[in-house]
Design a protein around this ligand. Structure first.
Ligand code: MSP
Length: 505
């Protein structure tokens, strides 16, 4: 049976355009989706926009825009950006879509009918920025938000509450599983939080018109977590639900991991649905040590980077530079260093040298290895591909790329060691020369196939220069020996021109 793979990103708040930190999350999810597709699995990759709530409403009001018009614009802009970034999502859910609204209302009514949601006169402290309620005991001294430190507002209202407390034991047991939430540091934090005791949470607001109405109680709208979290099942219309639920992986930032490992499983338990298999809480992309965010005004515009350096350079940087689950301080210098060192010097040069050598010493055609190969590059390539598979099974894209670069580095060294220009001078070495050139071209072909989940243009460009008139399509192409002798190579432009000068954005 074909394996299935369902991966999601968070749905992005439609209060503003996306910055490079959001793109990081999308690019990880995309690399994993492409990897599983390349393995022949039935993949569903979901992303979308979170369009309700006070932040979005306030933003639209500040711009004198009607909220729907504003979120339409943002959802469109996000999709255009994702296309430019090569994001291969299968669906894009918007929380203002009818399919989502109706499903949320159904879920809300079911939870109410079975007693998991109850109406309560609620008094507490509200953070308009985080859109969360806090009890007196959870608020920080001076009534500041425990999440973001901003001043809380005293609220007194009637709200529906979800019986989160009822699921305490099950959530604790879930977090006891080693792989449900990775990395482990996040799991320990979440467990410590849950062990303090879960309190029921407000799931509706009164007098907040920009939201999904509670259809059986006008004046209330569903807010935040039931609206946002259920996107993951609401997008699975028709036979997709049976095919793809439970999700294999929710990829989210560490700031919202807690909602995904506490509230979301509790809602699913209440609905009698299976739980997602794994949540990956990635770190943040920071700028000058601070999390990038519009409210801090320190935004790196992904469009500018894509235009200046190309989509693959941006993807490579994000997938390679940021450690698994760790924060990463974005600098343009580090991006340029990755381009110049890894992409231009290592990979680009290897392709340029190899095609040049084949032109010069083999008449532009991939030679026959004729049993004369020493097997060095084949061994490195198969170990590296296996290493990349193991790294990807653990969601470690940086380590997977480092494995793939072992092929590139070894092949560059191999050129020096074998000195094809010297072999060419000795007619007795012609079989050896053919094998060396074949192995270099084949090492590049395997590299291109292995890069195909990560980069969107480069693998096809490498294949083309090696005389293959298509992009790599299947992970099985990472196996050694795919290149046919006699194929005419097509030497082309350098893959990644060196960046000489850094211009600051
Ligand atoms: N709408 C909620 C998520 C609901 S999911 C059911 C939300 N939206 S968000 O736009 O603020 O963030 C979306 C995702 O982007 C989150 O996973 C968040 O962690 C991630 N990031 C936001 N800023 C980021 C960085 N600077 N760096 C890395 N990830 C970042 O939260």
């Amino acid at each position: 049976m074909t394996e299935r793979y369902y991966v999601t990103t968070a749905i992005f708040y439609a209060n503003d355009r996306l910055h490079i930190g959001h793109c990081y999350e999308s690019v990880i999810a995309d690399a994993l989706a492409r990897y599983h597709r390349a393995r022949g699995e039935d993949v569903f990759f979901l992303t979308g926009t979170d369009e309700h709530g006070i932040k979005v409403e306030r933003r639209a009001a500040a711009l004198r825009r009607d909220p729907q018009g504003w979120v339409d614009e943002i959802a469109g802009a996000n999709q255009t950006l994702f296309a430019a970034l090569g994001i291969s999502h299968d669906d894009f859910i918007r929380t203002t879509q009818e399919r989502h609204k109706q499903a949320v209302q159904r879920i809300f009514a079911q939870l109410r009918a079975q007693g998991d949601i109850y109406l309560d006169a609620y008094e507490g402290w509200y953070c308009p920025y985080e859109e969360s309620f806090w009890t007196e005991t959870k608020a920080l001294p001076g009534h500041l938000c425990p999440e973001c430190g901003r001043p809380l507002e005293r609220t007194r209202e009637t709200a529906y509450r979800f019986r989160l407390s009822k699921y305490q034991a099950q959530i604790e047991a879930l977090l006891g599983q080693p792989d449900f939430l990775v990395p482990a540091t996040r799991r320990n934090e979440a467990l410590a939080f849950v062990r303090q005791g879960l309190e029921d949470i407000a799931v509706s607001r009164a007098g907040q018109p920009w939201g999904i109405p509670v259809d059986f109680d006008p004046g209330h709208t569903v807010y935040v977590w039931i609206d946002a979290l259920t996107n993951y099942i609401n997008a699975l219309e028709g036979d997709r639900f049976g095919r793809f639920w439970p999700a294999d992986l929710h990829i989210v930032g560490k700031d919202i991991a807690r909602f995904h490992v506490v509230i979301w499983p509790a809602l699913l338990l209440a609905l009698g649905l299976p739980l997602p298999k794994q949540v990956y809480a990635h770190g943040w992309i920071n700028l000058n040590g601070e999390r990038i965010s519009k409210s801090r005004g320190n935004v790196v515009d992904p469009w500018a980077l894509i235009e200046q350096y190309g989509v693959d350079a941006v993807r490579y940087y994000l997938l390679r530079e940021v450690g698994f689950g760790l924060d990463c301080n974005y600098t343009e210098d580090a991006l340029v260093r990755r381009i110049n060192t890894d992409l231009a010097n290592d990979l680009g040069n290897l392709l340029s040298r190899t095609t040049q050598l084949i032109n010069k010493f083999a008449g532009g055609q991939v030679p026959d290895p004729a049993g004369a190969s020493d097997g060095v590059l084949q061994a490195v390539a198969s170990e590296a591909v296996q290493g990349a598979e193991e790294a990807l099974a653990q969601l470690r894209t940086g380590e997977a790329l480092a494995e793939i670069w072992r092929i590139v580095e070894r092949a560059n060294k191999y050129v020096e060691e074998q000195a094809p220009w010297a072999l060419a001078k000795d007619p007795g070495q012609s079989a050896k020369l053919g094998a060396v050139l074949y192995d270099l071209a084949e090492a590049l072909r395997v590299t291109a196939a292995a890069l195909s989940p990560f980069l969107v243009e480069t693998p096809g460009r490498i294949y083309l220069q090696l005389g293959l008139d298509r992009a790599p399509a299947h992970w099985a192409e990472t196996q050694w020996g795919g290149l046919q002798s006699g194929v005419s190579i097509q030497r082309g432009a350098p893959l990644f021109p060196r960046i000489e000068k850094v211009t600051k954005h």
